[in-house]
Design a protein around this ligand. Structure first.
Ligand code: CIZ
Ligand code: SF4
Length: 303
């Protein structure tokens, strides 16, 4: 099948299954193009919960499809590529977290949305890169166990110095790879551009930025700004929407290595296969799902 036949088949199947397709900001262009909604993991999960579709095709990585299932247990959630995972989410297990909780019994436990349902189920509250600072500020405990991203954790502790943060050692390989040397080099090449970075980057890269935010935050900031040139310090998939929404502006990637291989696995063919064969369905144990839902819903109360 060529591309337009594939798109037609996908649309046909979508109708037949009463399905919606949602895609993360890091997905490849042609997948973003056929999606009903493109956004960050939490916005997509909330959208999924608010529609009356029976089937959700989640173009992203495993923890995102799980978050959608946590909030929409009655819907069928499909992840088109079974091994589209997040190496950072895999850097903490529920068992390891239970051990850490025993060592710090008075601490609140906060997990980044980039974590498995089992890990979320062990936490008091979840956060995203958009609301992490607000979530931590809202807690009454002075001590916080934060999993799994050390870089986001470091950024929060800089913004909320009154809390004692116990940081996990996890990191996103795509963001952590970028060093301050890359910042110096690109600043020299484009001295009049603003640097917008994701808090999953290293602390020294975050400190050197003009703006720090989630994919949603970066897109909104660049779109509202009256500046014309931006260096983008997050996964290259966001460039698609940035360029589409801002034809008069120029975007440079902070480092050519900012590509998440897991986010690039989903193709039009895999979306078609997902709808055609109803795979791969996300299934969660109900007690885990309910406990994870509590952590996500508590986050909603903070917003
Ligand atoms: O929550 C998300 O979607 C992630 C992983 C990144 C972001 O900043 O949108
Ligand atoms: Fe995970 Fe990083 Fe890929 Fe996001 S970009 S899915 S945090 S590995």
């Amino acid at each position: 099948m060529n591309k337009s036949e594939l798109v037609d088949k996908i649309l046909e199947l979508k109708k037949k299954r009463n399905a919606i397709i949602v895609a993360h900001n890091y997905q490849i262009e042609e997948v973003q193009e056929i999606a009903d909604v493109v956004g960050d993991s939490f916005a997509l999960s909330k959208h999924c919960a608010s529609t009356d579709a029976d089937v959700i095709v989640f173009c992203g990585v495993n923890f995102m499809a799980e978050s959608a299932k946590i909030l929409s247990p009655e819907k069928t959630v499909l992840l088109p590529e079974i091994d589209a995972g997040c190496p950072m989410a895999d850097m903490v297990t529920a068992e390891e977290l239970r051990e850490a909780k025993k060592k710090h019994p008075g601490a609140a436990v906060v997990c980044y949305i980039n974590s498995s349902a089992e890990v979320k189920a062990e936490c008091d509250i979840c956060c995203t890169s958009s609301n992490a600072v607000k979530v931590v500020r809202s807690l009454k405990e002075d001590e916080i166990i934060f999993v799994p991203d050390q870089n986001l954790g470091h950024y929060i502790s800089r913004m909320v110095p009154e809390k004692r943060m116990i940081l996990w050692k996890g990191f996103c390989p795509t963001h952590h790879r970028v060093t301050i040397d890359a910042v110096k080099k690109v600043r020299e090449q484009h001295p009049d551009a603003l640097l917008l970075v994701h808090p999953e980057c290293r602390p020294e890269v975050v400190e050197a930025a003009d703006f720090v935010g989630s994919t949603k935050g970066i897109i909104e900031y660049a779109t509202k700004s009256d500046k014309k040139k931006f260096i983008i310090g997050t996964e290259m998939g966001v460039l698609f929407k940035l360029k589409k929404d801002n034809p008069g502006k120029t975007f440079y990637l902070l480092s050519q290595g900012m590509v998440c291989p897991n986010m690039k696995k989903t193709t039009l063919q895999s979306v078609y296969n997902a709808l055609n064969e109803m795979k791969y369905e996300i299934k969660l144990e109900e007690n885990i799902r309910k406990a994870a839902q509590k952590a996500l819903e508590r986050m909603l109360e903070v917003e």
